[in-house]
Design a protein around this ligand. Structure first.
Ligand code: SAM
Length: 259
């Protein structure tokens, strides 16, 4: 199962992935089969300033450049920023900045558009809230945040399909849960907090109502909430047809900074 999102606690952990980031780290906006993210971007329209928080290797930057006169992209991992720089070249409209999003950002300010894709992954709620506050800080009044996070409902659905697959393969009892969400006491406690192990990394997943509440909690108005849908092969090798048409997804919430 390939579900790598990883929640490395330090920038060094992320930097270590720089060489293989695009292959190793799931790309929500690049895998979005229903086009929800692109539609959301289009509906924001053209802007002066767009900010990408937790930009990684800058996979989103080219799409933001098509919408914005200026893009500021932030990450705390210098090696990932180096790869991002190679991606965007010398374009003076793009500023790449090394910044820890768990600390209050003083700049940039006044963005009409901010994006934050698969960055609020840490199990620590205070850390996630600090990052979300920064998403609000960078926005101009009426500015919009496009926030993508893993969906807990999806993690449970993927697990359900995996267990069904195991059963079809003849596994019974505890063996039917092989490869799925772990069922030991600590993992069950984690699951109640939306924390699911992904490739050995405890990763926060959100219920839709929880996500809306988190966004409200930092003073943003949650608007449309949509699924960014992925094909089954984003998770499973050689997925059988009977898994069904409804595949895994992440949540995309559009949130507005009030006046
Ligand atoms: C899963 S990657 C997503 C990268 C990018 N948004 C994308 O969709 O391709 C998570 C990113 O968040 C960054 N990140 C995690 N914690 C951070 C922090 N405290 N400050 C700044 N960046 C952070 C990591 O360095 C990594 O680039």
């Amino acid at each position: 199962m390939d579900r790598s999102r990883t929640t490395k606690a330090s920038s060094a952990g992320w930097d270590a992935l720089a060489g293989d980031f695009d292959a190793e780290i799931f790309d929500p906006t690049g895998t979005d089969r229903g086009g929800a993210f692109e539609r959301a971007l289009r509906s924001v329209g053209r802007v002066e300033l767009a900010v990408d928080l937790g930009c990684g290797t800058g996979r989103l930057i080219p799409r933001l450049m098509r919408r914005a006169k200026r893009v500021v992209a932030l990450d705390f991992a210098p090696e990932l920023l180096r790869v991002a720089r190679m991606r965007v070249g010398d374009d003076p409209r793009v500023e790449l900045r090394c910044a820890d999003l768990s600390c209050p950002l003083r700049t940039p300010r006044g963005a009409e558009l901010a994006t934050c894709s698969n960055v609020l992954l840490a199990p620590d709620a205070a850390l996630r809230q600090a990052m979300l506050r920064n998403c609000r800080r960078v926005l101009a009044p009426r500015g919009q945040l496009l926030l993508i996070v893993p969906a807990l409902e999806s993690a449970l659905w993927v697990n359900d399909r995996l267990v069904a697959w195991n059963r079809r393969a003849g596994l019974t009892g505890r063996r039917a849960f092989r490869g799925g969400i772990r069922t030991d006491e600590a993992s069950a406690r984690d699951l109640l907090a939306g924390i699911v192990d992904q490739g050995g990394v405890r990763t926060k997943h959100f219920l839709r109502e929880e996500l809306e509440e988190a966004v409200r909690g930092v003073g943003l108005e949650p608007g449309a909430l949509e699924r960014i849908e992925y094909p089954w092969d984003a998770y499973f090798d050689a997925p059988p047809k009977w898994l069904g048409a409804s595949g895994p997804w992440d949540w995309l919430v559009r949130a507005v900074r009030p006046d």
